[in-house]
Design a protein around this ligand. Sequence first.
Ligand SMILES: Nc1ncnc2c1ncn2[C@@H]1O[C@H](COP(=O)(O)OP(=O)(O)OP(=O)(O)O)[C@@H](O)[C@H]1O
Ligand SMILES: [Mg+2]
Length: 285
Amino acid sequence: MSSEVVRRVRTRIPGLDEILYGGIPERNIVLVSGGPGTGKSIMGMQFLYNGLVEGEPGVFVALEEHPASVRRSFKHFGWDITKFEQDGKFALIDAFTGGIGRYAEREKYVVKNPDDVREMIDVLRQAIKEVDAVRVVIDSVSTLYLTKPAVARSVIMLLKRVIAGLGCTAIFVSQVSAGERGFGGPGVEHAVDGIIRLDLDEYDGELYRSVIVWKMRATRHSMRRHPLEITDKGLRIQWDKYIKFTRGGVIIEKLPEEEVKVMKKAVQEAPETKKRVVVEEEEEE
Ligand SMILES: Nc1ncnc2c1ncn2[C@@H]1O[C@H](COP(=O)(O)OP(=O)(O)OP(=O)(O)O)[C@@H](O)[C@H]1O
Ligand SMILES: [Mg+2]
């Protein structure tokens, strides 16, 4: 398949669609991997919120943080999810509290036993159908197999089958330790369609943020490490620059003019997906 015919979900995260030559190919499951504080959750929230604003409903699965804390994070960046939730365009799935506590009683989508992946998937499937979700974020998938790494691959495959089968495009947040080179384990890394790696590196007493697309099925993508900023508006990737860590220092250089032109053009021309395209109603095995 040529890249012209691959339809994309536009992340609308500044710079990300450019380094993906148009956006995330539809129905791709993308692992957003990185150490603590690298911007994974922010990337997930921004991806979802940008979709909501464009009329693309979404689902956020909260496994890592209390739903109240997730709501506060959205708000921190000025991303008002409440109105979309009231209009039935956004669902927050509480897979954190187990329904315990006064706050949790107010949540519409609750996974009673957060250790039960099957139950989580049932709630997710229901939420996707009810809001007609185009975008899904799971924060984080690592939580699902932290204590049982042997099942990591099968959990990812199951999620992938359900989510892509229902026609959604997803970000799976994957946690790795600071300084770890991997993305979340061999089973997981090969099972997903794409890997975006977020990094925070210390150099001479200063921290530098960067992002690199390690793989993305069905598209060409930048092969460089790009500088990344986090502000109170979310993430911003300097897509037309790249960052090098050398013995002499940290060097940020401009991309060749030609590469910039091709990326810009790809973003302008890539056909966009704005609706859920169901390929197959997946069956429970
Ligand atoms: N308004 C802001 N301005 C600048 N930086 C911010 C702002 N808000 C958050 N940050 C940065 O974002 C980081 C948190 O990002 P995020 O929650 O996405 O991390 P994460 O990769 O999900 O980490 P973890 O694996 O620990 O959940 C903070 O540590 C801080 O450095
Ligand atoms: Mg996080």
